[in-house]
Design a protein. Structure first.
Ligand SMILES: [Zn+2]
Length: 208
């Protein structure tokens, strides 16, 4: 069976993975799936499944099969997808390649001060728990004001950064060693950043 083509959006927490993912989705018609968003959605709609998926920390001791299954379900009926949040380490990648083919990746980086500032200003919808992207109101609940995310403490930020250093960064090096194109980008230089996003679009476009 043909494997489902996937473009990966990689990077630390708060680097803007979903903004880029959604922008590429809009330009290509590819399916965009964020594992983080999926988990938050499940927390509200199917708590039992959410627990199944979040028990144990991502790769340890085992890769939750449920996560793989969820991503697989999210891609049916689409020719190609953009993934954020899965896979993020070599162990997860071994499961990923059973059903998916990585056609390339976009590695987003931002400066530490920008990261901290963004992290501290994150908001969420109090009804559906979807993180706010732009504006003050939830996109699904039109008149609901987004509120600060109280789950995002300094300790959570440190943990996320540790995850980036110990799992995500080595995973990116690994992907590059296999010959997969990983485009590193920072929106510090807007022109260069736009060019990099266009290059990523070119990686996924032939599969749509
Ligand atoms: Zn909402």
């Amino acid at each position: 069976m043909k494997k489902h083509p996937v473009l990966l959006v990689l990077g630390n927490t708060c680097v803007g993975k979903s903004s880029i993912g959604l922008a590429i989705q809009a330009q290509t018609g590819a399916n965009y799936v964020s594992l983080g968003d999926k988990k938050r959605e499940l927390k509200v709609t199917d708590y039992a499944r959410y627990l199944k998926m979040t028990q144990g920390n991502s790769c340890k001791p085992f890769i939750p099969e449920e996560v793989h299954r969820l991503m697989l379900e999210s891609t049916s009926n689409f020719p190609a997808s953009i993934f954020s949040g899965y896979p993020i380490c070599i162990e997860e990648y071994k499961a990923f390649v059973k059903n998916f083919e990585c056609v390339g990746g976009l590695h987003l980086v931002v400066d530490q001060d920008v990261l901290e500032q963004r992290f501290n200003s994150r908001v969420v919808c109090p009804i559906c728990h979807t993180p706010g992207e732009t504006g003050d109101y939830c996109t699904k609940h039109k008149n609901t004001l987004l509120i600060p995310r109280n789950d995002l403490t300094a300790q959570v930020l440190r943990e996320r950064q540790r995850l980036y250093r110990t799992r995500i960064a080595p995973f990116i090096t690994f992907l590059e060693s296999t010959g997969i194109t990983i485009i590193k980008t920072s929106n510090k230089n807007k022109v260069e950043h736009q060019h990099n996003v266009k290059t990523a679009v070119k990686l996924i476009n032939p599969h749509i």
